[in-house]
Ligand binder design. Structure first.
Ligand code: URA
Length: 241
């Protein structure tokens, strides 16, 4: 339950102050009854709130979240097996948001969540896929020709992969750190690419999506995108305006 003026402000109707005025002036109705008490509590999910006769929907507030996903979380809103989901990490976000694309249960890193369906659709459309960069630690140290195969494109069971950016960052005993940039988003793509050249992935983290990075975040934490970042992301996804 939430105080009516706070709910209205949150929904983007107006500033908190102005929302209080609207209530006092009798412009706000809850479940068909005009309410002029400032302290009135509403349930954002169940109650129907009208301002000047028009329904207020909290979903009008667009929310854009950049989450540093930890391993051990599923990228869905609900998991039939009862495992922890990325939504469990978003304490303090009341809007119903949905992940844009997916990271595997074991994969860490950058994940966008939003209630902007237009952006989600545009960013996940095959023609609009943006560059995504991963840090992959693999078992064994691939030779240059293996890396070159990944760069050129490699045959997976669902077809050839598009050219990818691949750099060997460092070698640590019998493991190699690779930086891999792809713009497709097939299921378990990076894991399958590395597996295909004989170097299974031990650890995988998405470190970049387009111009967005994990800078300033620690694992499990999130931040909301700044308006300029949202504008840039929407433009990158080909959305006008
Ligand atoms: N590629 C993978 O293999 N897994 C992910 O989670 C993302 C990209």
């Amino acid at each position: 339950m939430e105080r009516l003026q706070k709910y209205l402000a949150h929904a983007g109707v107006a500033s908190r102050r102005h929302c209080e005025e609207l209530i006092l002036k009798g412009k706000v109705a809850v479940n068909g009854q005009v309410v002029t008490e400032l302290g009135t509590k509403v349930d954002p999910v169940k109650d129907q709130v009208l301002v000047n006769g028009k329904p207020v929907s909290i979903a009008k507030t667009k929310v854009y979240i950049l989450l540093y996903k930890p391993g051990g979380y599923v990228t869905t809103v609900k998991d039939p097996e009862g495992r922890k989901t990325v939504i469990d990490l978003l304490k303090g976000i009341r809007e119903r948001v949905y992940p844009v694309g997916r990271l595997d249960y074991d994969t860490e890193g950058l994940l966008i969540l939003t209630n902007d369906g237009e952006l989600t659709h545009a960013l996940t459309h095959p023609s609009r896929q943006v560059d995504k960069t991963y840090l992959a630690i693999v078992q064994g140290v691939p030779a240059e020709d293996g890396l070159e195969q990944l760069r050129r494109g490699i045959r997976l069971e669902d077809g050839m992969t598009a050219p990818a950016g691949v750099r060997l960052l460092k070698v640590e005993q019998d493991k190699a750190w690779l930086e891999i940039t792809i713009h497709e988003g097939r299921n378990r793509q990076v894991r399958r690419m590395c597996e295909q050249i004989g170097y299974p992935v031990l650890f995988l983290k998405r470190v970049r999506l387009g111009f967005l990075t994990l800078d300033g975040l620690t694992v499990g934490k999130y931040r909301t995108l700044r308006p300029r970042e949202v504008a840039k992301l929407r433009a990158m996804a080909g959305i006008q305006g």
